[in-house]
Design a binder for this molecule. Structure first.
Ligand code: PA5
Ligand code: NI
Length: 193
């Protein structure tokens, strides 16, 4: 079990991406994402038809929120779509300005979309063996564009904080949608900078 004051280690199954021990588990279901997908009607229809499926989970070794500490864990994001938009995480800015994050792809295939409040945008593929560096001030969202579960390891400052409200209100500048059987990054018509 995680102990904030002593060093410790935990096992990870690099085959399945399963973290063997964690002190926090969060399950995010489709209904929780209603305000984040472009097509809310499609969310409502899918929630009704599929009985509110799990979109993603994360398993974390959480330390106390204190300067110098880090949280780390594994996120697993199921394959699926809402309308033409692929399943994705809510996405967030870190509440603290000086808080970067590192992702390490473990399995599956997807895209990490990142943006700043000044209007910069970047996207990076994520898959097994790929590391994504998310600098301070960049909001980040992960999208599963494959047919299998996407899993990745993450680590960030434990006092970074999560600002979901800005993304809920304004959205991301770009959407990742399926077009002709392939992922395509398009402008979000509803985006307000
Ligand atoms: O710390 C991170 O950026 C990730 O672990 C995310 O929290 C995780 O992937 C879930 O996404 P979100 O926090 O945007 O719901
Ligand atoms: Ni983060």
């Amino acid at each position: 079990m995680a102990n904030a004051t002593k060093p410790y280690s935990v096992a990870i199954d690099l085959g399945s991406g399963a973290l063997k021990s964690f002190n926090k588990k969060v399950e995010v279901k489709l209904r929780d994402l209603r305000g984040f997908f472009y097509d809310r009607g499609a969310v409502d229809a899918a929630v009704y038809g599929l009985k509110n499926p799990t979109v993603y989970e994360y398993f974390e070794n959480s330390q106390p929120s204190a300067r110098g500490q880090m949280n780390f864990g594994v996120t697993t994001l199921n394959p699926g779509k809402v309308g033409s938009e692929y399943y994705m995480t809510r996405g967030h800015y870190h509440a603290k300005k000086r808080a970067a994050e590192i992702y390490v792809g473990l399995g599956g295939k997807g895209i990490v979309v990142m943006q700043t409040k000044e209007g910069r945008f970047f996207h990076s593929p994520i898959s097994r063996g790929r590391i994504v560096y998310i600098p301070p001030l960049w909001a980040h969202r992960t999208v599963n564009t494959g047919e299998e579960k996407l899993s990745f390891f993450y680590a960030y400052a434990s006092d970074a904080g999560h600002d979901y409200g800005t993304i809920r209100r304004k959205g991301f500048a770009k959407l990742v949608v399926e077009k002709g059987g392939r992922p395509k990054i398009i402008d979000n018509p509803k985006y307000s900078p």
